[in-house]
Design a protein around this ligand. Structure first.
Ligand code: NBG
Length: 818
């Protein structure tokens, strides 16, 4: 498949030269003969062959940037959930066909090698995947940029089910080698921790502060190439790996304790050992703060000392860079830059602050108050004493401004303080970012509005100009071209090439929604993708599904606010109504309910919900009286690789969070772009999706955010819904009776149903009736396949706005001024 006529590697390289280089890599890179080479040998050799093509362009990109010194963007993120690299790099370089031909002449199946790659799962969910989409779009939009993050040795855990319960296993993604990274130990950076701060006076009598850390860690940069889509640009993603500093080891070793020296090494390396598997709920662990400081300290030093020219005048830093802070995780970079400028370079506070306030911008990704990161001052002061001093001073000056702007308003001052006093004295990282950043953005219109009106309203009043919105997006390279080649080919046939980098052009498909032949072909693609997905989960998980049934998908991290439990209540209610005779089997739409979700290992309720979904699934799937009409499929270890197979196959996309809780969502965009219809609340980016696709092609249900607030204010009593809605009560009673748990009624079953009936923090019961009604509208629409397909085509045609290329252009215009 070809997408564009832009310059591409393919022109310069023939199958023969590709084969020659591939064989060279097999022989000299892997040190084996082709006939003795394992799949992994061949995969690594292929990866390095492709990498070599990229390297030429990468070096050229770097040379150009060194020459031109254009304003760039550094995207700082604790997570980059990249997904497999080989596929994407073949696509970006247009080498796919050449590689396929070359390998097939050698009797090798390209797809088998693709499958050999273990995806780098260096992220939890939407936030990490967004970072990956953004670096792809930055390169494709031809923006000079660099991504900074952590090279975790273990990414997000691998999930298994044992008796339906989640079991976590370490993700050994580096086990078979990692051909896409280039380590540069010679460019390592030293980072300090702990110790104390000293005062000293220079010859002119000026007072200074000096941090004397008591231990150090070395950060080794690993470079990854991030190719733009067939445009010749290859940007850099630089991930840091922690090593013990030699000096540190040696001192202890010389003192004669070899085992202590080794222990010190382990302690240092722990910093980049593992990704914390919490999503949207930070845990406040010391190692986590070490990780955060580690990577931003390495990155700032790297940028200032290695990326910038040697004599660069740092007063001009804002002309050259924006450090975009992906959530609060990298916010400790703010006091670090201040420290670099003041302590290391002798700047005055005012000058340092002026530069700092211009170079940082902050993206907030949540609305849950408990998800806003805070660090106890005890911990922060112990680990980073100088940074705490700097934060205090920033806060003092900021509160001075607050007093000036709102004289006598003590309450406001306390609310806005970067330092919280209760329940323990802590630093509110979101406030620090808001005060320090030149801009603060939310990730969907509704989210940005709620940030302004609720979560950060005092700040929005004080700094109205800082607040802006950039609605999230997803890269159509991975989530259309790579994952859905048939749909992509059909689109190209219909509207020509070029849409993949200009996604609004999908609009040109609109008239084809009324073309019966186009709809037939569109359905054919869906059918094919459904079969492909069925094959994948049969082989991967041993799950059998009918490829003819509607694929109804709810895939996202397991969280109460996302309301997987509401989906479960719908399924159980259907089942209850069938078994009690209220719903004739003939009226039941054949559906496969697909779940994909990891729970944070310490999040008990989320893990119980997984166990319950699996228990319900087991019962329903085994009940022959249903004649296979309903099926629950919950493949374990949902990840980017599986998403690429599921999303193109989906008919219905479940986006059912409680309104006002999901900042944006990005899965919702991927599904719509692949022709699934959404059943969703008025939340996050659902709002914008619905506005674009139109109410007739989107199943809206439930309370909107103001209604949620009102209900909360007037006193929500979930039990009354249980009492008044017969179907809801029957569904909850059926679960509580142990019908799905072999008669077992205690333990997690009663704790889930009990907490829904008694408390129901995310108001699943309040939205139940509206949700079931929406599902009936879904079924009625599905019954008319022509009408459904028309809606599906319109979903694709009208959601081009959600390309991450557009998000990046919005960041450029509203935040980076680049
Ligand atoms: C998540 C939100 C999602 C959003 C992604 C990307 C965090 C803290 N936030 O709604 O929950 O789509 O960020 O912006 O993980």
């Amino acid at each position: 498949m070809t997408h564009t006529s832009a310059p591409s590697a393919a022109r310069e390289h023939t199958v023969e030269s590709f084969t020659r280089e591939f064989l060279r890599e097999v022989n000299f890179g892997q040190g084996v003969d082709l006939d003795r080479a394992s799949t992994n040998d061949k995969y690594l050799a292929l990866a390095r062959t492709v990498r070599a093509y990229l390297t030429t362009r990468w070096l050229e990109t770097l040379r150009t940037q060194r020459r031109e010194q254009k304003k760039a963007v550094a995207y700082m993120s604790a997570e980059f959930l990249l997904g497999r690299q080989l596929d994407n790099n073949l696509l970006a370089t247009d080498l796919d066909d050449i590689a396929r031909d070359s390998l097939s002449q050698l009797g090798i199946d390209l797809d088998e090698l693709r499958e050999a790659e273990i995806e780098p799962g260096l992220g939890n969910g939407g936030l990490g995947r967004l970072a990956a989409c953004f670096v792809d779009s930055l390169a494709t939009e031809n923006v000079p940029s660099i991504g900074y993050g952590i090279r975790y040795e273990y990414g997000i855990f691998r999930q298994r089910f044992e008796d339906g319960r989640q079991v976590e296993e370490p993700d050994e993604w580096l086990r078979l080698g990692s051909p896409w990274e280039m380590p540069h130990p010679e460019n390592a950076v030293n980072v300090g921790f702990g110790g104390r701060v000293e005062a000293w006076t220079d010859e002119s009598g000026r007072a200074h502060r000096r941090w004397m850390p008591d231990w150090h860690v070395t950060g080794v940069p690993y470079n990854y190439m991030v190719p733009g889509y067939r445009n010749g640009r290859v940007n850099t993603l630089r991930l840091w790996s922690a090593r013990a500093t030699q000096a540190f080891d040696l001192a202890i070793f010389n003192a004669g304790d070899y085992t202590d020296a080794v222990r010190a090494q382990t302690q240092a390396e722990n910093i980049s050992k593992v990704l914390y598997p919490e999503d949207s709920t930070p845990q406040g662990k010391e190692l986590r703060l070490q990780q955060q400081y580690f990577f931003v300290a390495c990155s700032l030093r790297d940028f200032v000392e290695k990326v910038l020219p040697e004599d660069y005048d740092l007063h001009r830093l804002p002309e050259r860079i924006t450090f975009q802070l992906n959530d609060t995780h990298p916010v400790i970079a703010v006091p670090e830059l201040m420290r670099l400028l003041i302590d290391d370079r002798g700047w005055e506070w005012e000058d340092a602050w002026a530069v700092t306030q211009k170079v940082f911008a902050y993206t907030c990704h949540t609305l849950l108050p408990e998800a806003l990161e805070v660090w106890p001052v005890d911990l922060l002061g112990r680990l980073l004493p100088r940074h705490l001093e700097i934060i205090y001073r920033i806060n003092e000056e900021f509160l001075e401004q607050v007093r000036e702007a709102f004289p006598g308003d003590m309450l406001r001052e306390r609310h806005m303080s970067i330092i919280a006093e209760e329940p323990v004295r802590s630093v509110r990282m979101a406030y620090l970012a808001t005060v320090a950043g030149s801009k603060v953005n939310g990730v969907a219109e509704l989210h940005s509005q709620l940030l302004r009106d609720k979560v950060l309203s005092d700040f929005a009043e004080m700094y109205p100009h800082k607040f802006t919105n950039v609605t999230n997006g997803v890269t159509p390279r991975r989530f259309m071209a790579l994952s859905n080649p048939r749909l992509s080919a059909l689109i190209t046939e219909a509207i020509g090439e070029g849409w993949l980098t200009d996604l609004e052009r999908l609009r040109e498909l609109e008239p084809l929604a009324d073309d019966a032949e186009f709809r037939r072909r569109f359905r054919e693609v869906k059918d094919h993708n459904r079969v492909r997905f069925a094959d994948v989960i049969a082989a991967r998980d041993g799950i059998e599904i009918s490829p003819d049934a509607m694929v109804d998908a709810m895939v996202k991290r397991l969280h109460e606010y996302k309301r997987q439990s509401l989906k479960l209540l719908h399924i159980v209610s259907l089942y209850e109504r069938i078994t009690s005779g209220a719903l004739p089997l003939a009226d039941v739409t054949p559906r496969t309910f697909v779940f994909g979700a990891k729970a944070a290992p310490g999040y008990v309720r989320a893990k119980e919900t997984i166990a319950l979904i699996n228990a319900v699934g087991r019962t329903i799937n085994a009940d022959t009286s249903l004649e296979g009409r309903l099926k629950v499929a919950f493949p374990a270890n949902y990840n980017v690789t599986l998403a690429e197979k599921l999303i193109p196959a989906a008919d219905l996309s479940e986006q059912i969070s409680l309104a006002g809780k999901e900042a944006s969502g990005t899965g919702n965009m991927k599904f719509a772009l692949n022709g699934a219809l959404t059943v969703g609340t008025d939340d996050g980016a659902n709002v914008e999706i619905r506005q674009l696709v139109g109410d007739d092609h989107f199943f809206l249900f439930g309370m909107d955010e103001p209604a949620v607030s009102d209900l909360q204010a007037s006193g929500y009593r979930s039990a009354s819904y249980y009492e008044q809605d017969r179907d809801l009560r029957a569904a909850l009673d059926m679960i509580a009776s142990g019908a799905f748990t072999g008669g077992e009624r205690g333990s997690f079953v009663s704790s889930i149903t009990g907490s829904l009936i008694e408390r129901d923090r995310f108001m699943a019961l309040a939205d139940f009736r509206a949700y079931v009604d929406a599902q009936e509208r879904v079924e009625a629409h599905w019954a008319d396949q022509e009408a459904w397909t028309r809606s599906a085509v319109l979903n694709v045609a009208r959601t081009g706005y959600f390309s991450s290329d557009r998000s990046i252009r919005d960041y450029l215009a509203r935040i980076w001024n680049a």
